[in-house]
Design a binder for this molecule. Structure first.
Ligand SMILES: Nc1ncnc2c1ncn2[C@@H]1O[C@H](COP(=O)(O)OP(=O)(O)OP(=O)(O)O)[C@@H](O)[C@H]1O
Ligand SMILES: CC(C)(CO)[C@@H](O)C(=O)NCCC(=O)O
Length: 317
């Protein structure tokens, strides 16, 4: 099917094979400097540069068109309201399962969007910072529900995105540490009117239906301009989760401050068992119950196959 025929199928999405999508890079050359390649490799040493040029470069080209058009709309609104130079960040959200590669994709987009000729300032925030601290999760018997809707301070998250989109000059976000497995007390990330904010987290496409405990009708997606869902089959996600757990066991877990420090001593087989259990009891369940059902709300769906290679792209018509 060619791109024109796709417009007339019943799905709300246009679908592109990797090859079709890669061609949409158009005349945009991949002129990454040596330093940029080093920086991208620093984001994730396993990231392939083919992935950057064939998948993320066309995506950043599309996003730049949308951002330009959004700026024009803002100028129209300013003219109508008789105001000038409002600085309202463009918000891109990145959703998907634990271990699908949300933060890697978000960081690659951050690097590509800020290198465009316009040199836009791009900030990255993860919704992990809006998890309730462990002492509250323990009080509510929810340590096995980390990442589920009820484990987030959703009111604070919605207030945060609303403040950003209202042009508040300085907005603070709490910070989560994967090392201590908890919110870092007193630490904040300060966001000062960037041109673009990328908000990454498994819950960014969730809505009122997913938060029956919250009386709020306004949700994160009400403030998001473009939403991305990173998708993969559950068996791959499970495998990537276990692999990352094993990587952490060799690295971060050996730090005495690590919440999982005691796991550093485990045999590989014991560690695999623990990671399998965490996947089956927490992250896999969360995926099926609360994350995957939000996929078709996204503006764009990236479907990954083996080795994190994006095989298919769906873009809302
Ligand atoms: N494009 C990629 N190429 C190769 N490996 C990748 C890619 N993206 C992610 N990975 C690997 O997959 C694992 C998960 O990636 P990442 O930490 O970005 O996921 P995440 O979705 O942000 O997870 P979480 O929700 O737990 O924070 C890591 O081991 C990472 O190195
Ligand atoms: C912090 C989240 C919820 C999301 O990034 C996730 O990485 C997590 O910690 N889930 C809880 C189960 C686990 O330890 O993987």
């Amino acid at each position: 099917m060619n791109n024109k025929q796709q417009l007339f199928t019943l799905s709300p999405y246009m679908e592109f094979s990797r090859k079709q999508w890669a061609a949409l890079r158009d005349s945009e050359p991949l002129t990454l400097t040596e330093q940029e390649i080093i920086n991208l490799k620093g984001i994730n040493e396993d990231l392939s540069l083919d992935e950057v040029s064939q998948v993320y470069l066309p995506l950043s080209r599309l996003l730049n068109f949308y951002i330009d058009s959004n700026l024009q709309n803002q100028a129209v609104l300013e003219k109508f309201l008789g105001i000038k130079n409002q600085r309202v960040p463009y918000i891109i959200s990145v959703a998907g399962s634990v271990a699908v590669g949300k933060s890697t994709s978000a960081r690659v987009l951050q690097a590509l969007l800020s290198r465009w000729s316009t040199h836009r300032r791009v900030e990255l925030v993860t919704t992990d910072g809006f998890l309730h601290p462990n002492h509250i999760l323990r009080e509510r018997d929810m340590m096995q529900k980390k990442g589920f809707p009820q484990s987030y301070d959703i009111q604070n998250l919605v207030r945060f995105v609303s403040d950003i989109k209202s042009g508040v000059p300085r907005v603070e976000a709490p910070v989560y540490s994967h090392l201590t497995y908890d919110i870092l007390p007193g630490e904040t990330q300060i966001i000062e009117q960037p041109d673009i904010l990328i908000l990454e987290g498994l819950n960014v496409l969730q809505s009122g239906m997913d938060y029956p405990q919250s009386p709020h009708r306004v949700f994160v997606s009400d403030f998001v301009d473009f939403s991305i869902y990173v998708d993969a089959k559950e068996e791959l996600l499970h495998q990537w989760y276990v692999n990352r757990f094993l990587k952490f066991r060799k690295g971060a877990f050996s730090d005495p401050d690590s919440y999982f420090h005691s796991y550093a001593q485990l045999s590989e087989e014991e560690a695999v068992n623990i990671a399998n259990n965490i996947w089956l009891e927490i992250n896999g369940k969360n995926l099926i119950q609360n994350i995957q059902p939000t996929r078709e709300r996204a503006s764009l769906i990236l479907t990954k196959g083996d080795n994190h290679a994006v095989e298919k792209v769906r873009l809302r018509k």
